[in-house]
Design a protein around this ligand. Structure first.
Ligand code: RFL
Ligand code: PHB
Length: 397
């Protein structure tokens, strides 16, 4: 068994773990990251695509925003397609001047990985049997195996950035944890292709055949999604079948402009709302998907992960610099306020835009009427815009 010592042991090198590691490094706080899979595997997972301003600001604070500002596309609006008609939500106008940015999670992760590597910070990839210990004391530690060898990291804090299936949440004492969950009866089939996007802005589609989303990664790379039954298998969806179904869910303009091509990646993701309370267990903290999952309809997953990391980073800095535990004590409460607001929006937007199997015909009529109300009311447009761009960090306080 080899033993090393660090201030913060981070479990998971997804966006949460890497961003926390980078912020801590900038603040002169030492951290080691352990990750179950390889770096290439992490980069191969195609996930989020939309950054809120808070996430952009954090990338800047971490000193890794340069390529994001060069290559990211600033979007000031989204389109909603229902009843065969498109309606634009002017995000900028209705949120008091805010925008979102199209910049893929893969790119953001790559920037963070590169920054970490360039200064020689330690990330241990392809570890197994990670375990967290004694986090109810001031001397927690993490153990793991790598190439058949046992390792131990002694630390002051453990950051559980290990996603929904990670070990940290699973190690919290059962009596101390409450979990809230809703599983939706459908998934999203995603397709990535090197084709120009069908539209300058994202299109969220409520169609009688189910939800669709036209998103993008750049001016030459598109990301599309289709609502599919959970029983569908990705191998059964040919590229042709995907494009055909997407066309059926679009309007005439969309069908005319859609450029199809071979898929670079196709996958089905289930939809889930999930929250863990609390997010702190002694000297162990959960951040990102380890503590909560949103259905992707509102593009909130990655952005929520970034705000958890911001709160955790501030709390850890306060501990070392001001010798104060106030930030640590308040971490869970601070995170959960923001998390429940984003969970609510993602759940509401999902209900509004998808076909549910138990639906009666009247439900589609209700959805159309609600969308019509929202698109023709200043209050309705404001409600979508201010939630989509992300509520202010001090909202409700
Ligand atoms: P991640 O990205 O899941 O990273 C967690 C990392 O921890 C590692 N890990 C372990 N490492 C060591 N020891 C262990 N025992 C470990 N167990 C796990 C994992 O290998 C992994 O590398 O969580 P993080 O960093 O909190 O980041 C959160 C975001 O990834 C997530 O919120 C979003 O990607 C969610 N999400 C989406 N969000 C959006 O905003 N828009 C989207 O379009 C969108 N699409 C998605 C998504 C999430 C998906 N998942 C999780 C199934 C599509 C999918 C398929
Ligand atoms: C994406 O580009 O992957 C994306 C964009 C917006 C969403 C969900 C996913 O709401």
């Amino acid at each position: 068994m080899t033993t090393t010592r660090t201030q913060v042991a981070i479990v998971g090198a997804g966006p949460s773990g890497l961003l926390l590691g980078q912020l801590l490094h900038k603040a002169g706080i030492d951290a080691v990251i352990v990750e179950r899979v390889s770096g290439e595997y992490v980069l191969g997972r195609i996930r989020a695509g939309i950054l809120e301003q808070v996430c952009i600001d954090l990338m800047d604070e971490a000193g890794v925003g340069q390529r994001m500002h060069q290559e990211g596309l600033v979007h000031g609006g989204i389109e909603m397609l229902y009843g065969g008609q498109r309606h634009r939500v002017d995000l900028n106008k209705y949120s008091g001047g805010k925008n979102v940015m199209v910049y893929g999670q893969t790119e953001l992760t790559r920037d963070l990985m590169d920054a970490r590597q360039s200064v020689g910070l330690k990330t241990v990839y392809e570890v197994s049997n990670t375990a967290v210990h004694d986090f109810d004391s001031a001397k927690p530690y993490v153990t793991y195996e790598k190439d058949g060898q046992q390792h131990r990291i002694d630390c002051d804090f453990i950051a559980g950035c290990d996603g929904f299936h990670g070990v940290c949440r699973a190690s919290a004492p059962r009596g101390a944890i409450r979990e809230y969950e809703k599983v939706y009866p459908f998934g999203w089939l995603g397709l990535l292709s090197d084709t120009p996007p069908v539209n300058d802005e994202l299109i969220y589609v409520n169609s009688p055949r189910g939800f669709a989303l036209c998103s993008q990664r750049s001016k030459t790379r598109s990301r599309y999604y289709l609502q599919v039954p959970l029983t569908d298998k990705v191998e059964e969806w040919t590229d042709d079948a995907f494009w055909q179904e997407l066309k059926l869910r679009l309007d005439e303009e969309g069908r005319d402009k859609l450029v199809t091509g071979p898929s670079l990646e196709k996958s089905i993701a289930p939809l889930r709302s999930f929250v863990t309370e609390p997010m702190r267990f002694g000297r162990m903290f959960l951040a990102g998907d380890a503590g909560h999952i949103v259905p992707p309809t509102g593009a909130k997953g990655l952005n929520l992960a970034a705000t958890d990391v911001k709160y955790l980073f501030d709390a850890i800095v306060e501990f070392y610099k001001d010798k104060s535990e106030a930030g640590i004590d308040d971490y869970s409460r601070k995170c959960l306020g923001r998390i429940w607001r984003a969970e609510r929006f993602s759940w509401w937007f999902t209900q509004l835009m998808h076909r549910f199997s138990h639906d009666e015909k009247i439900t589609a009529k209700f959805q159309n009427a609600e969308l019509d109300y929202l698109m023709h009311s200043e209050a309705g447009l404001t409600t979508i815009a201010e939630n989509y761009v992300g509520l202010p960090l001090d909202f409700g306080r």
